[in-house]
Ligand binder design. Structure first.
Ligand SMILES: CC1=C(CCC(=O)O)c2cc3nc(cc4[nH]c(cc5[nH]c(cc1n2)c(C)c5CCC(=O)O)c(CCC(=O)O)c4C)C(CCC(=O)O)=C3C
Ligand SMILES: [Fe+2]
Length: 350
C-alpha cells in the first residue's frame, strides 16, 4: 500500500440516501410513476404493486424506517463525538434529494459523505443513486455540496452480524421438532440478468455480493441447515430474463422435498421495505402455509446498534480515522466507482 502525501478530505455532513415510499393512498400512483418513469414497467404490474401498498393503507414502511435510522445515527454521532451533520433524502419521494441538497447548501455544507440504504453494487442499488445525487446537485447549482458515496457494505460485520443473530432468532421461533435441518432461504431483490451482467467493474457483481453475504451469514449457523438463494419482487416484461429462482419456486421445491419449515432471510434489504412486508411476509408466507411449510422470517438490520455503528465506521474510514473492515475473503469494496461501473443502458437518458 502506498502512503499518500495528501490529507484525507474534510467533510461536514453525512447524507443518508434511500429509495422513498408513499405515506398515504394518494401518494401511491405518483410514487409508482416516479419509480418507473421511462422504465417500461407494464401498466398491469403498476396496478398490482399499487394494491400491495393499498393493502397497507397506502403507507410504505420505508420512510418511518429511515426517520428512525436518521435519529439513531444522529444519536450515535453525538455519543461518539463525530462532528458531521446528518441529513436524509430519497431518490423517489419526499424528502427529495434536490430539496435536501439545497438545504445542505443553505446550511453551509461544502462536502458530504453519502450512505446508501443498499449494501450492493448494481444499477438500481448503486449507480442510479449516484446519478440521482449528481442530478440533484446540478439542479441546486454551483454552490451545491460535493457528495462522495460511502462504499458498499455487503461484507461488513455491521451488516452481517445483525443478520446472523436474526437468523438464529428466527430459527428459535420454530418448534424444536422442525428446527434442526430447517432450510435457510436467503432472499434479495431480483434484477434483470442484463443489469446484473453490467454490475461492478467486471460484471456480475450484484449476484456475487448477494451470494457472499448469504454465505457469511450461513457459515455462522450449526451446519445442519441447507442453504438456498432466492430472488423476489421481479417486474418488467415477462420476456426479459431476471435473476432466478424466485422465492415461490424455491418454497415449492423445498415443500416437495419434504421440508417441514423454512427460515427466510431478506439479505437484500437493510430494513423492512414493502418488498419484505408484502412479497415475503404476506405472499411468500401465504404460499408456505398452503404448502404446509412453517415459515419464519429473519429481521432486517433496521436500527440495530451494530448497523448504526457501521455507518459511523464507514464515515471514519473516509476521514482517515478507521481501518476498513470486511468479513471473509472478499476485500472491502472500492470507495469510488470507476466510471464504467454498473452502467446499464437506461442510465444514459437520450
Ligand atoms: C435492486 C433493487 C432494490 C434494492 C436496492 C435499493 O434499496 O435500492 C430495490 C429496492 C426498492 N424497490 C422499491 C420499490 C419499487 N421497485 C420497483 C421496480 C424495480 N426495482 C428494481 C430493483 C431494486 N429495487 C428493479 C430492477 C425494478 C424494475 C424497474 C426499474 O428498472 O427501475 C418498483 C416498480 C414496480 C415494480 O416493478 O415492482 C417499485 C414500486 C423500494 C421501495 C419499497 C417500499 O416502498 O418500502 C425499494 C427499497
Ligand atoms: Fe425496486
Amino acid at each position: 500500500m502506498t502512503t499518500s502525501q495528501t490529507e484525507p478530505p474534510t467533510y461536514d455532513a453525512l447524507l443518508i440516501v434511500s429509495f422513498g415510499g408513499p405515506e398515504g393512498p394518494d401518494d401511491v400512483m405518483p410514487f409508482l410513476r416516479d419509480v418507473t418513469a421511462g422504465r417500461g414497467v407494464p401498466e398491469e404490474r403498476l396496478a398490482e404493486v399499487a394494491q400491495h401498498y393499498y393493502h397497507f393503507g397506502g403507507i410504505s414502511p420505508i420512510n418511518a424506517q429511515n426517520r428512525a435510522l436518521l435519529a439513531a445515527v444522529r444519536a450515535d454521532f453525538a455519543a461518539t463525538g463525530v462532528n458531521l451533520a446528518v441529513y436524509w433524502a430519497n431518490r423517489h419521494w419526499q424528502p427529495w434529494l434536490a430539496d435536501v441538497v439545497a438545504q445542505m447548501r443553505d446550511d453551509g455544507i461544502e462536502r458530504a459523505l453519502a450512505f446508501l440504504t443498499s449494501a450492493y453494487a448494481g444499477f438500481s442499488s448503486c449507480r442510479q443513486y449516484l446519478d440521482a445525487i449528481e442530478a440533484a446537485r446540478r439542479r441546486v447549482g454551483p454552490r451545491a455540496p460535493r457528495i462522495d458515496r460511502l462504499r458498499q457494505y455487503f461484507n461488513h460485520p455491521g451488516f452481517i452480524e445483525p443478520f446472523r443473530d436474526a437468523t438464529q432468532s428466527a430459527l428459535a421461533t420454530l418448534p424444536p421438532e422442525v428446527r434442526a435441518g430447517a432450510p435457510i432461504v436467503y432472499v434479495a431483490h431480483s434484477i434483470p440478468e442484463a443489469m446484473n451482467a453490467a454490475s461492478g467493474p467486471a460484471g456480475g457483481m450484484y449476484a456475487r455480493q448477494v451470494a457472499e453475504a448469504a454465505r457469511l451469514v450461513h457459515e455462522a449457523l450449526d451446519g445442519s441447515h441447507p442453504s438456498r438463494l432466492a430472488y423476489c419482487s421481479r417486474s418488467g416484461s415477462p420476456s426479459v430474463p431476471w435473476l432466478e429462482p424466485e422465492i415461490g419456486q424455491v418454497l415449492t421445491e423445498l415443500a416437495e422435498d419434504g421440508a417441514p419449515a423454512v427460515v427466510v432471510v431478506p439479505i437484500g434489504f437493510v430494513s423492512d421495505h414493502m418488498e419484505v412486508r408484502y412479497d415475503l411476509d404476506t405472499e411468500a408466507a401465504e404460499l408456505a402455509a398452503r404448502l404446509g411449510v412453517r415459515f419464519a422470517r429473519a429481521a432486517t438490520p433496521g436500527t440495530d446498534p451494530r448497523f448504526v455503528a457501521m455507518i459511523r465506521e464507514l464515515a471514519l474510514e473516509r476521514l482517515g480515522r478507521a481501518a476498513p473492515r470486511a468479513l471473509g475473503p472478499t476485500s472491502p469494496a472500492h470507495d469510488v466507482c470507476p466510471d464504467n461501473c454498473c452502467r446499464f443502458a437506461r442510465s444514459h437518458p437520450a
